[in-house]
Design a protein around this ligand. Structure first.
Ligand code: ATP
Ligand code: MG
Length: 683
């Protein structure tokens, strides 16, 4: 078999792509061909006869996985009996659980809940605590492999004791209803593997070659999972860029990539030092910006492309003027023959998309908002999903409560609460409670009329369960006839739009059944639950998205809006200036040919107009002459305790920028000295 695809790689890329056994770290800057190298390596391994089924490639988004699959499969024969598994971490976890959930004493017809469901469940358990906080703390516990018991022990503050209590209740609820959240898709496989050595060995032997793209954004749990998967071999190839680590707030730890050579013995390290994506000019500004971060490896990244146009900086009064300028540019680009799919607008804060959307609608520019209000998050679509969940899983109280009165059938909140209380006390799911009781028994709990309605409702669902087993198509027709779900939106405000969504959903499900003959409703539900931010990307439309969603992607023409202090860098609780700067670096390096950055003097935000200063990133990247004086981040702040080899311990009193370094004024037990920051250590 010819290996022509290797010819389009440079020497270091080839070196990495043809490395077979042993651990391999590809550490390189943006646009240096990391993803290209991984996909070529996948093709190479197959071309030399390695069984495709023994290769596992993991990445972070479905969109990235799809693109990599296309790139890799175009290089290899498409008549292979088995295809290598190339998917997201979460998808891998899902597939694993489908086979092995029984090891936890649970059935494999579990249902994945989304973030919104999770919050709803948590709110129902505790109304006093801030749900978003509880949700994120629980997520952190899970990603640090802490059980509720461990979280309780570790909690010192009352707040954290309360959160740990909710965590325990939440876990019980998930288990009782056979639900799993996103974190479980990683945590449960890890748990199963660490408790079953034989299975761990077997799984590791099955996946002889493992590759991970965007490794800088893995967290502790993902790292542990990977180590377990590699327990019988050392064939792990990871690819990443410390300067693009942007999920610190979600527990990703850059340590995974920095310590990789220590954690895996005899690691071969390959550095890629040429950027093939961006013009020299764009790359130069991106490099200037990231150079202000202190905590980095400091890799080399040289451009291979021409100088290119200068980066444009737009200064506007407000967001309307900003949008007008960008819309004009986009019209010009499209009139000159550029394709809309090569154009994107990025922002740090999602809320900034609203003014763009309005402006683009007026200017008749078709756009796709990636990661905005997703189709599957619309109420009517979630209702349908809840119906289908109940159809596949009688234990799902959560979804049952959502649909029991949709469309309206006279079942009020009090009735639902009574059923819920009964179900909680007896441990029998509501569905089964109704099914197993006689109408008279049920009437004691909810009254005669409600008992009758509930019995009829349950009977319809049981009928549909039988029908779907015989014919999925007939089920679809019967579903609407049974519940008049679509019809319930006749003659209601915005009903037309909702019915259009319902039609689209039915159509989508029909297509799914047609093209996946062997798969059922449950598979569909899982697929839907994993649909990611990057999935709804359009073809002939301009893309708008958050910088987080743009990871790994590239666009010929790129606009970044909202370059203002407070918005970008985003300043708020727990914000980390170095991570903000990495986001800046990620955003600049998405651009191939042309980059425009934009800032305004004022923006309407959260109900009022705010005056804004331009972002420090503009001067740090050399785009605007230092009109804004902000200290180069040294990682030090006033009040920090530091240690000097000779002077001992002291406290920082002042920080000043000197060339590329920071000068600290430090009080060493009463004596003030000016010391360069690189000569002291933070304690
Ligand atoms: P990111 O850090 O943003 O994920 P990356 O390092 O994964 O970037 P790729 O997306 O693989 O980079 O490649 C960036 C661009 O450079 C792509 O358009 C790719 O086709 C091109 N490219 C990579 N290597 C080469 C090469 N050796 N010759 C020509 N073009 C290349
Ligand atoms: Mg990449």
């Amino acid at each position: 078999m010819s290996e022509n695809f290797l010819l389009s790689l440079n020497d270091s890329q080839q070196d990495a792509a043809t490395h077979i056994d042993g651990s391999l770290l590809i550490l390189a800057g943006a646009g240096s061909g990391k993803t290209k190298t991984v996909t070529s390596r996948l093709a190479y391994l197959i071309s030399i006869g390695i069984d495709p089924a023994s290769i596992l490639t993991l990445t972070f988004t479905n969109k990235a996985a799809r693109e990599m699959r296309e790139r890799a499969f175009s290089m290899i024969r498409d008549d292979m009996a088995t295809m290598p598994l190339l998917c997201t971490f979460h998808k891998f976890g899902l597939l694993f659980l489908k086979f092995h959930m029984d090891r936890l004493g649970r059935k494999n017809n579990f249902v994945i809940i989304d973030t919104d469901d999770k919050k709803r469940i948590l709110r129902s358990m505790n109304k006093e605590l801030t749900t978003a906080l509880v949700a994120s703390e629980i997520s952190k516990y899970k990603n640090s492999i802490l059980t509720p018991e461990m979280a309780k022990k570790a909690a010192e503050l009352k707040l954290y004791q309360q959160i740990a209590d909710v965590y325990e209740k939440y876990e019980n609820y998930l288990r009782e209803n056979n639900l799993v959240d996103f974190d479980d898709l990683l945590l449960l496989p890890y748990k199963i593997l660490s408790e079953n050595t034989a299975l761990a060995k077997e799984t590791s032997e099955k996946y002889q070659y493992i590759m991970v793209d965007e490794y800088q954004d893995t967290n502790e749990l993902q790292d542990k999972l990977l180590r377990t998967l590699c327990s019988t071999h050392n064939n792990l190839c990871v690819v990443g860029d410390d300067d693009q680590s942007i999920y610190g707030w979600r527990g990703a730890t850059i340590k995974n990539i920095l310590n990789f050579p220590q954690n895996f013995k005899d690691t071969k390290v390959v550095k890629l030092e040429k950027n093939y994506r961006s013009t020299h000019t764009i790359l130069d500004h991106a490099n200037q910006l990231i150079d202000h971060n202190r905590d980095r490896l400091g890799k080399k990244l040289e451009g291979t492309r021409q100088k290119g146009n200068s980066v444009k900086v737009y200064e506007s009064h407000d967001e309307n003027e900003e949008t007008r300028k960008i819309a004009e540019d986009i019209h010009k680009l499209i009139n000159s023959g550029e394709s809309a799919r090569d154009i994107a607008i990025l922002f740090r804060v999602n809320a900034l998309s609203r003014s763009l959307e309005e402006g683009f609608n007026k200017a008749k520019i078709s756009y796709k908002l990636v990661g905005g209000m997703k189709f599957y998050e619309r109420a009517e679509v979630k209702d349908l999903i809840a119906y289908f969940r109940v159809l596949t899983n009688k234990n799902d109280n959560f979804s049952f409560k959502r649909i029991v009165n949709k469309p309206k059938r006279g079942i009020g909140k009090t009735t639902v609460d009574k059923l819920d209380a009964h179900s909680n006390n007896s441990g029998v799911p509501i569905f089964k409670l109704i099914d197993n009781s006689t109408p008279e028994e049920l009437a004691v709990i909810v009254g005669k009329k409600n008992a009758r309605t509930l019995k009829v409702f349950i009977a319809s669902i049981l009928d549909l369960r039988d029908i779907i087993r015989e014919s999925k198509m007939r089920f679809l027709d019967n579903f609407e006839d049974t519940f008049d779900f679509r019809a319930s939106y006749d003659n209601v405000p915005d009903g037309v739009e909702r019915q259009a969504n319902i039609d689209e959903f039915y159509g989508y499900l029909r297509d799914y059944f047609i093209s996946n003959g062997h798969l059922g409703l449950e598979d569909f539900l899982n697929e839907v639950a994993l649909a990611s931010e990057q999935d709804e990307m359009g073809n002939e439309a301009v893309s708008m998205m958050s910088i987080h969603a743009s990871k790994g992607l590239e666009y010929k023409h790129l606009f970044i809006i909202g370059m203002e202090e407070g918005f970008f860098p985003l300043v708020g609780d727990g914000s980390d200036i170095e991570e903000e700067r990495r986001l800046g670096y990620v955003s600049f390096t998405r651009a191939m040919d042309e980059l425009t950055v934009s800032f305004v003097h004022s923006r309407f935000y959260k109900g009022k107009r705010a005056s804004l200063l331009k972002s420090r990133f503009l001067s740090e990247s050399g785009l605007v002459k230092g009109s804004l004086k902000i200290e180069r981040s040294s990682g030090y702040k006033k009040g920090d305790l530091v240690k000097h080899k000779i002077f001992g311990m002291g406290r920082v009193q002042k920080i000043m920028k000197v060339g590329k370094e920071s000068k600290l004024t430090i009080n060493f037990g009463g004596t003030k000295r000016d010391i360069l920051s690189s000569f002291v250590e933070k304690i």
